[in-house]
Design a protein around this ligand. Sequence first.
Ligand code: ATP
Ligand code: MG
Length: 424
Amino acid sequence: MGKLIQGIRGFNDILPDAYPIWRFVETTLREILQAYGYQEIRLPAVEKTVLFARAIGEVTDIVEKEMYTFADRNGESLTLRPEGTVGCVRACVEHGLLHKHQPRLWYGGAMFRYERPQKGRYRQFHQIGAEVFGVPGPDVDAEMILMTGRMLRALGLADLELQINSLGTAGSRADYRERLVGYFRRHHELLDDDARRRLDMNPLRILDSKSQSMQGLIAQAPSILEHLDEASRAHIQRVTEILDAALVTYTLNPRLVRGLDYYTRTVFEWTSKDLGAQGTVCAGGRYDGLVEQIGGPPTPAIGFATGIERLVTLIAESGRVLPTPTSHAYLVIVGEEAVAPAYRLAEELRDRLPALRLQVNSGGGSFKSQFKRADRSGARYAIILAAEEVVAARVSVKDLRDDAAQLSLSEAELAALLARCIDG
Ligand code: ATP
Ligand code: MG
């Protein structure tokens, strides 16, 4: 036997046991997105490196150290997408979706970041995200926050915290930035290496530092909310009024800056206390300058993304058990002559009952071992087809979940029984 070549660190297999919760999360989010008028868009997992560098910002964690970048065989630099917004914007501009339209789009899929793998933080992870283009807000900002709240409640995650902030406009941020740099300069000795490096390039990102030693300094920093331009102040005010009217609880956190450079005005995060440092399960914000920055028409936009692994972990740890869908019936085949008729019968049943989950025994086996497999499959009924029954067009049926005697049924009676099982 050859030695196994194992999977890559930080790239997870999602095994069938975990799948019921994954499906529950994905289906729930998809249904809510559809209900709010979002349409699905599927985007490639790879884009040109320059696209991310330009859009996300050169001095962000993602672009500086987390991207999976490689040269393809033509020598072009490509990158596995670390997030979904940038590719979505690129696609919208490229396909002219933004002219006279206000698309609401959602997407899902794997994202890739070279981070230190730990609970809630992986190198391949999955997001569902959504974007609204062409609406300046604040109405849609509030609606998006309400929608994400609904998603989390629908998943049974009620005790999450919502934080919101406004990053203002490019102009107001420049003023604030100057004050912030002044403040950090005065406390230069307290800055860690990362922060010192960021001081000139991207001082706001220092507020997002996860370094414990700097939390005190960050808490005392000037507040961006006190340096907003008039329009941005009115904008965030209106967002909070709509949230208040909808009875949503939130914290205004002036230190919430988000890890990417492209945000303007409203930003928000939903966090859980139960995931340690990886507490953010859903995050988003407005990015009114990005579309133009990557070559599209000036278009206000807002979006969010939610990390599926973190949601799945929270649901699993809450002890919630979701049933694995099992077969309705398992077809046991007795004798070689019954094999072809069994597959014919199975296909006929599937024609008649499209919702039927029917597993046909494959690989032969004794009556006893087939019955064991039927039991292990979790199916409600074992259908037994033996050669002599083929001639009579009858089957035997045993209810595996009670002690009732075996029945002998015609194919029509079998179909009726299975139809009741599907409905029930
Ligand atoms: P964090 O602060 O935890 O690093 P982030 O701000 O980098 O998160 P975003 O870029 O906003 O995250 O991505 C949105 C969501 O995707 C996060 O809230 C999180 O749930 C999830 N996510 C981000 N990075 C990872 C990762 N490496 N592994 C698993 N999930 C992730
Ligand atoms: Mg991150």
